[in-house]
Design a binder for this molecule. Structure first.
Ligand SMILES: Nc1ncnc2c1ncn2[C@@H]1O[C@H](COP(=O)(O)OP(=O)(O)OP(=O)(O)O)[C@@H](O)[C@H]1O
Ligand SMILES: [Mg+2]
Length: 198
């Protein structure tokens, strides 16, 4: 770390922002293989929060790779850096008082654990979006599985690159068993239970 850089303490604290907003902030970290439903659920939760006057935002894998992380590919090292940066951005959003949903495959347990470590225990909510790969492959909303099977996309999670399942996620959603509405309800109830929302 550059020794001439010192942290400037903010005048307005996170607690001040929570008070202004009338709710706390946290990250909803959606993880799961492609097509499991991370983006769908993150946006559905965001919509429900917005409708209830709660300040929230979605950081989505594809969108971030168009800008902030456009220099990164899909090697293990680049995936690690991708997740590290998202973690730091998510932390800024949480500091700004928002409920931020992140929708990244984030296949490596170690990378997710490192992100978890930069938050306090109640601020990081890991949501395992679970769905059998056969179902995801049948959905194939972006036609990626088809390309992965022909080898057109190398290092594809679940096919030619590993996905390490979360061991202790705060929430598990099985998208082949529950509807989008039920899943949103599960997540919102959790936020109320944890007093992030009142
Ligand atoms: N119960 C469900 N919950 C979520 N998604 C569902 C459900 N049932 C069907 N789907 C469909 O599954 C697909 C999930 O695609 P989505 O883009 O959300 O996946 P993703 O996890 O973000 O994938 P990627 O990692 O490639 O971005 C969508 O077409 C969605 O409509
Ligand atoms: Mg997505």
């Amino acid at each position: 770390m550059e020794s001439n850089i010192t942290w400037h303490q903010s005048t307005i604290t996170k607690a001040d922002r929570h008070q202004l907003n009338g709710h706390k902030s946290c990250v909803l970290w959606f993880t799961g293989i492609s097509g499991s439903g991370k983006s769908t659920l993150a946006n559905a939760v965001d919509y429900a929060l917005f409708q209830n006057g709660i300040r929230s935002y979605v950081l989505d894998g594809d969108n971030i790779r168009h800008g902030l992380n456009r220099d990164l590919r899909f090697s293990k090292q680049d995936r690690k850096e991708n997740i590290r940066r998202i973690g730091e951005v998510a932390k800024l959003f949480v500091d700004s008082g928002l409920i931020v949903s992140t929708a990244f495959i984030s296949p490596y347990r170690e990378d997710r654990a490192e992100v978890r470590n930069i938050f306090s225990a109640e601020e990081f909510i890991e949501i395992y979006v679970q769905c059998p790969i056969e179902v995801c492959e049948a959905r194939d909303p972006k036609g990626l599985y088809k390309k992965a099977r022909t080898g057109e996309i190398p290092e594809f999670t679940g096919i030619s690159s590993p996905y390490e399942q979360p061991e202790n996620p705060e929430i598990t959603i099985e998208t082949n068993k529950s509807t989008i509405e039920e899943s949103v309800e599960t997540i919102l109830s959790y936020l109320v239970e944890r007093k992030i929302l009142s």
